[in-house]
Design a protein around this ligand. Sequence first.
Ligand SMILES: NC(=O)c1ccc[n+]([C@@H]2O[C@H](COP(=O)([O-])OP(=O)(O)OC[C@H]3O[C@@H](n4cnc5c(N)ncnc54)[C@H](OP(=O)(O)O)[C@@H]3O)[C@@H](O)[C@H]2O)c1
Length: 241
Amino acid sequence: MKHIILITGAGKGIGRAIALEFAKAAKYNPDFKPVLVLSSRTRSDLDALARECQAEGAETDIITADLSKIDEVLQLADHIINRYGTIDCLVNNAGVGRFKPLEELTEEDFDVTMNTNLKGTFFLTQALFASMQKRGSGHIFFITSVAAEKAFETSSIYSMSKFGQRGLVEALRLHARKCNVRITDVMPGAVVTPMWGEVSDEMQAVMMRPEDIATPVVQAYFQPARTTVEEIVLRPTGGDL
Ligand SMILES: NC(=O)c1ccc[n+]([C@@H]2O[C@H](COP(=O)([O-])OP(=O)(O)OC[C@H]3O[C@@H](n4cnc5c(N)ncnc54)[C@H](OP(=O)(O)O)[C@@H]3O)[C@@H](O)[C@H]2O)c1
């Protein structure tokens, strides 16, 4: 059966690993035919990922969009509905983090973070949830963070955005439970991805890898429709960095 799965921020890091994990599931499950709609701003990342997913037997579709821009968010949602008529799974993964001491954070840091992590995530979800609600099925993942419920000294704006995403998760759940739509809040701690920039070997040795997040996400998707994995919290074994 075809499953239309949109992954935002698919070009790098955690989103990329989730796309590959869904693609690998196609290889080992003949009944699962994923159509992976891969989105981010950088076309070359998505082209390379699409080739890897296709090699695993998944169908792919690429759409570049800047989720901090409302017109591009709505175009992405329209593309899905016009082309497929519906959506089975939305992975709200695209996100940015500006990590600096409190006094160094700027208005630009604030706007970029909020427009991407909150505004873009909200309006994409609003547009696509409507289709799931109408059909009475679907699954939405939010890749929030442990910073959605715990503050870190250099992450005040990031944490504000992630606490905000958690507010959306909780509000949406109230609607989703009434129409058989599953909502999963994925809260990872430190994962080695481009978001961190340069990371020392010492730190890398204790951080998680993107695939450590992708595996439980895909497992949650494959739970029977009657069962929702509501939260997935994953931390480096040694605790937060
Ligand atoms: N890494 C961690 O330790 C960690 C921990 C907890 C939670 N998270 C969360 O996990 C998610 C993924 O993080 P990551 O570490 O994988 O980050 P990453 O390696 O920086 O990848 C982020 C992805 O999002 C895309 N993106 C960024 N801004 C965008 C925009 N305005 N519009 C569309 N796409 C955009 C990027 O592609 P383009 O730049 O090409 O658009 C990229 O593909 C984020 O929400 C992050 O907050 C990460």
